[in-house]
Design a protein around this ligand. Structure first.
Ligand code: EPU
Length: 358
């Protein structure tokens, strides 16, 4: 086990915020982790699990021991009557894995192409895009309990998936309605080693999302192949969302809020153009990007932290590639709080951030 000190984290977070890990260990497999847990000093230190760094805002040097997940490997593990079960190491790049599954002839993940981050981080926030969420394709995962060193497996019900949510985002004691063990939140408690996906043999394209419908009309194609859908999703994302390698960002910064039908009617009465989607349970999801945009935030900045010009839901680091240090985590959070305040004042809605603040 190699223990590294004062490790720059700029390349390890997609916001490209400049900060250091005081101590960092790369976890390439279970034995690396067991060595950390059995180490007399490192074993008792508090720990921070770092995946692709695509959903974090770092607000200073990271003092807990950083466990950088670098578990690799991808394979077909099983074929059931209905699905191909594929497994990937938690450290695999998500988009590379999606590309590989399609190249191998296993469609099902194409709507989630180009989501930044790693395979191991994907269940933590139940990533999703263009009508498909990770939970729709999830089979199970293996993780290590950082308190006991025990390896355990969770199925979908046990992960308590919700919209950008899972058991891994809640602390012990959190009451999670969908979970098999409702009182056991796993935030800061587990390191995911491998994730398995069930990709349906009877594959059908998932369509119906406005941006995808537009592509279908443009190409006069009503039944796209998985590869066609993959290409369209990549095109749409490249046109709308900043490439983190060029402009630092963590994807959508806030979740799309859900309100009651009455609250929505009240907002529509004042702002008839509010973008909203009615959900099966009668509640209504609002487009947070629209709410932020209509408060005039698109293109605005606090220091080097800004609101992306083409999508107000995405906060960006405008300082990447310049001589300076770029945005600080503090600037990003100041901007985020100012946005939350103005959306609350205008619409009475509290926006909830998606990324984890470290
Ligand atoms: N809109 C505006 N102004 C803006 C931004 C958006 O008016 O500045 C409007 C759009 O015109 C559209 C609506 O808001 O009518 C929704 O925008 P979009 O289709 O871009 O999707 P989103 O709701 O903002 C969500 C996910 C994305 C995912 C897309 C596509 C969340 C928080 N975000 O964004 O996920 O890629 O749908 O499925 O659910 C992520 O989580 O990091 C992420 C990028």
């Amino acid at each position: 086990m190699l223990v590294e000190n004062n490790v720059p984290l700029q390349a390890f977070n997609t916001f490209h915020i400049v900060a250091k890990a005081l101590t960092l260990v790369r976890i390439k497999g279970e034995s690396d982790l067991q060595a950390v847990l059995q180490h007399p000093e490192l074993g008792v230190q508090s720990k921070f699990v770092l995946g692709g760094g695509s959903n974090i805002v770092i607000t200073g040097d990271v003092k807990p021991l950083v466990l950088k997940v670098e578990v690799v490997g991808r394979r077909l593990v099983e074929e059931t009557e209905k699905a191909f079960i594929l497994e990937a190491g938690a450290g695999e790049n998500w988009h590379d894995f999606v590309t590989w599954t399609l190249d191998q002839g296993y469609p099902g993940l194409e709507n989630m192409a180009l989501i930044p981050g790693t395979v191991g981080a994907s269940p933590v926030q139940n990533v999703g895009a263009y009508g498909v969420e990770l939970q729709d394709r999830f089979e199970s995962l293996d993780a290590v309990d950082l308190a006991t060193g025990k390896v355990f497996t969770l199925n979908a019900a046990q992960c308590a998936f919700g919209y950008r949510d899972s058991i891994f985002k809640h602390g012990a004691g959190a009451v999670l309605t969908g979970s098999a063990s409702p009182t056991l939140g796993l935030k800061d408690r587990a390191l995911i080693l491998r994730v398995r996906f069930a990709l349906p043999k009877a594959w059908k394209p998932v369509l119906g999302y406005a941006d995808i419908e537009k592509k279908m009309a443009e190409h006069a194609c009503t039944q796209p192949s998985a590869k066609q859908l993959f290409d369209w999703v990549c095109d749409v994302r490249r046109a709308k969302l900043p490439d983190p390698d060029v402009i630092g960002n963590a994807g959508s910064f806030f979740k799309n809020p859900t309100v009651t039908a009455e609250q929505c009617a009240d907002i529509i009465a004042r702002d008839p153009k509010v973008v909203h989607y009615r959900l099966d349970d009668g509640s209504v999801k609002l487009a947070a990007g629209w709410l932020i945009d209509s408060c005039g935030w698109r293109g605005k900045s606090v220091g080097q932290a800004g609101v992306y010009e083409k999508q107000a839901l995405v906060l960006v680091n405008r300082g990447v590639g310049t001589d300076g240090q770029g945005a600080t985590g503090g600037e990003v959070m100041t901007l985020a709080k100012a946005i939350q305040t103005s959306v609350y004042e205008r619409f009475g809605i509290r926006l909830e951030p998606e990324p984890v603040v470290v």
